[in-house]
Design a protein around this ligand. Structure first.
Ligand SMILES: *Cc1c(COP(=O)(O)O)cnc(C)c1O
Length: 389
């Protein structure tokens, strides 16, 4: 692209209020506070649902492991980069998800590339919720499968899209939708997949650690397991407060991914200290169930306050509670007003969400307190009417 064209494209983004801007976090403090660009704010837009990201036990596990094994793994898993902490974390994840085997990936993005490119053949039918995460859409493109996207959370439409597919079709959904916070209708999707002999892949990046009676995610919430959901993708960078991702499945499926996934084979293994920290997080998430209970109680509190204020929220049972404004400029303005009032809630705009559905994506964490949630809702009730219609 020539420089003049690049400049014109950037100017167009800015004119449409779609220009993204990074803010620099200079300190993370206990109690959900962060220092951002010199200001102290409550962070209401991260994915640290259980408040584990700054837990000292994770930092300790990380630094102790780094002292033993260094900071980098030095090679890919299939060469010399696979270590004891990886092996242990995979075993812990298999146990946590109640599946025979788990395989670690560096990121959820890469795990999704692997799941779809290895399990959907080039000419097979791939059926996906319209609001699936961008990494799943990119994976579908890379796989070169015949993609059909169905209206959000519409299991009947998913079944119809699978109708007449040859063997080897794949049905893909998020468990908790990342920008809406609602859950996929997994029992009905599992039924549709079974009827079409399709493989169901669930990306539960935002459900694991949070949803289900013991935090095992959306599958536990709905009482589903193998074989009705053969492939589960999870991440370690959200509720588990670390970094990395995994796929949990039966032993043959995992072996096939290990043998063939390019986003597994041709990349450096996750640093072992990160794996050690993730193991500590997984243990804490299970031992300290108050974290899950607390973030869900705060979610209920926020929803009750929103109802009192007459604020429309999406039907989300998860800690992701978006306020849809529609117009990108309004979302940005409201976000800036909240920022000035001490609350960090970023505006989510197209193409991350569909055109005309720009929003504030409020997220809750076990690190938050009740007065913080009350103060956020008070500020929202005050500032929303001031934002130009
Ligand atoms: C965040 C996210 C991913 C990507 O995970 P990373 O580890 O951040 O790359 C994948 N799927 C969904 C649904 C996500 O929200």
């Amino acid at each position: 692209m020539n420089p003049a064209l690049l400049r014109a494209k950037l100017a167009q983004r800015a004119a449409q209020h779609l220009q993204r801007r990074r803010r620099t976090v200079t300190a993370i403090e206990p109690g959900g506070f962060v220092q951002v660009d010199g200001a102290r704010l409550v962070n209401f837009c991260g994915n640290d649902y259980l408040g584990l990201a700054s837990h000292p036990a994770l930092a300790q596990a990380l630094s102790q492991c780094a002292a033993r094994s260094g900071s980098g793994s030095g090679a890919s898993h299939l060469v010399t980069g696979h270590g004891l902490e990886h092996e242990r974390l995979e075993a812990d994840l298999a146990q946590f998800t109640n599946r025979p085997r788990a395989l670690l990936f560096s990121t959820g993005y890469m795990a999704n590339l692997a799941a779809i490119t290895c399990l959907a053949a080039r000419d097979s039918r791939l059926v996906m919720d319209r609001l699936c995460h961008a990494s799943l859409i990119d994976a579908a493109r890379l796989a070169g499968a015949r993609l059909r996207r169905y209206p959000h959370a519409d299991a009947a439409a998913a079944a119809a899209a699978l109708c007449g597919a040859q063997a080897g079709a794949v049905l893909v959904t998020d468990g908790v939708f990342s920008m809406d916070g609602d859950l996929a209708p997994l029992p009905q999707l599992a039924q549709a997949a079974a009827a079409a002999q399709a493989c169901l892949i669930v990306d539960d990046a935002h459900g694991l650690g949070v949803m289900g009676p013991s935090g095992r995610g959306c599958l536990e919430h709905f009482g589903l397991s193998l074989p009705s959901v053969p492939v589960l993708v999870g991440t370690l960078g959200k509720a588990f407060g670390c970094f990395g991702a995994f796929i949990a499945a039966d032993a043959d499926c995992i072996e096939w991914l290990l043998q063939s996934a390019r986003s597994y084979i041709y990349t450096t293994a996750l640093p072992q200290p990160v794996a050690a920290a993730a193991r500590a997080a997984l243990a804490l998430a299970q031992q300290e169930s108050w974290r899950r209970e607390r973030v869900l109680a705060l979610t209920a509190r926020l929803r009750a306050a929103a109802a009192q204020l007459g604020l429309p929220l999406l039907p989300s049972p998860s800690p992701i509670q978006p306020v849809v404004l529609g117009d990108a400029a309004r979302a940005v303005e409201l976000s800036e007003r909240l920022f000035a009032a001490g609350f960090w809630v970023s505006a989510i705009r197209p193409p991350t969400v569909p055109l005309g559905s720009a929003r504030l994506r409020i997220t809750l964490s076990a690190a938050h307190s009740e007065p913080q949630v009350d103060a956020l809702m008070e500020a929202l009730g005050r500032e929303l009417p001031r934002v130009a219609a």
